[in-house]
Each structure stands twice: as C-alpha cells, then as structure tokens.
Design a protein around this ligand. Sequence first.
Ligand SMILES: [Zn+2]
Ligand SMILES: [Zn+2]
Length: 227
Amino acid sequence: MEPKEIWKGIYVVGGPGLSHPADCCVYLVDAGRELVLIDAGAGPGIDAILRNVKILGFDPVGIGHLVATHCHIDHIGGLSRIKEVSGCEVSGHQADRDGIELGDRRLTAADLYGIEYWPVKIDLILEGAEETHLLGDLEFHFLHTPGHTPGSIAVYLDLEEGRALFGQDVHGPFSEDWGSDITRWRSSMEKLLDLEADLLCEGHAGIFRGKDIRAYIESQLRRYRHL
Ligand SMILES: [Zn+2]
Ligand SMILES: [Zn+2]
C-alpha cells in the first residue's frame, strides 16, 4: 500500500500495510507553514512512516507538531524518533500524561504489544473540554473525549471541503488497566456525532465519509450497549 491524499492537504502515512502491523493509522496534515502529524504509530514502523512522508513530497523536518491522541503504544511509540528527526512539539491531554511522559507500561499497553517505549515530554498540555490552537496556518480544535483512556482527544478542522475529524480510537476497546470508562465514552461519542463531520479519520478502521460517519459511530455505541 502507498501513502495517499485523502482530502486536500490530509494524507494517510502510517498504519498496517503502510508502515507496520502494530501501527495505528497515522495522518499528516499540511497546515501551510508546518506539517502536523496525528499520532506516531508504535515505533518499529517509524522509518516507513518518514519514508511515506517523503514519497508524498514533504520533508519530515517540516513536521512542526505532533498530536498524541492518547497514551497507547500503538499511537505514541514513534513519538521520540519523530521528535528527534523534526524537533516538533507534542500535544496531549493532562489525563494521559503519566502514560506519555513517564511511560507507565500498563497505561501505554506496551506490555501487551511487547514494544519498548521511550517517554517524551508534552509541550502543549490540553486540559479543557475543548481548546483551539493555531498550528501552522490552521485552527485545530481539540476535544477531550475520555472513555477509551481518560485523556483521549479528538481533533477537528474546518476546511474548504468541510469538517475533518480525527476521532482515532472511536471503536474502543476498554480496559480497567488503562482507566477506561464506558459511560464517559458514550457521552464522548455523542459529542463526536454532534460535530456532524464530513470526514472521519479513525485510529484503526480507516476513513469514513458523509453519512457513513454517523452510521459507524452509532454501530460502535450499539456494539457496547450491554457494557
Ligand atoms: Zn488506544
Ligand atoms: Zn489504537
């Protein structure tokens, strides 16, 4: 599989089949003055992710910001290398800070994957229910969407084509080990539905467009209705 443009200025550069089987879907946003990466993959696929960025015609040094959507190893394992290569700043939520900054192996689920994690410092610590930050030339809206982990976040952008939402691990799963909370997850999913996004980039399930977005999120709500 090759990296590709999903929407004008939004690309998929990592994921199983694109970089490494353990990687989450990694998305790249061309924000004009800088590139923004959504998640970093598990780590072992990092060279492939950086190669994919180059294949698309971008210089990885131009990655100015990396959004860590939550503290699981399949999303943050590549953080330290990308920070090293690009000097980018990293955003993440206060409630997932112990996983990202201290590398707690239970919180990161690193043991589950058998992958070593090199902790990184969060430069932009998110604390509010919703925060907006200008990254490059684009306004990124950060939504706190706890449930899968306490500090899970979703990011959305209002672009010419419509609203792009990076929901990442919309599909769960849930574990006491990571502090999952199904009740909070349900209200987070309602928040995502309220956004009425035109594009959903998910952490493992890929891309959804238009009406398929609501159908997908509602199918997840149904799937876990007995929990
Ligand atoms: Zn996760
Ligand atoms: Zn994941």
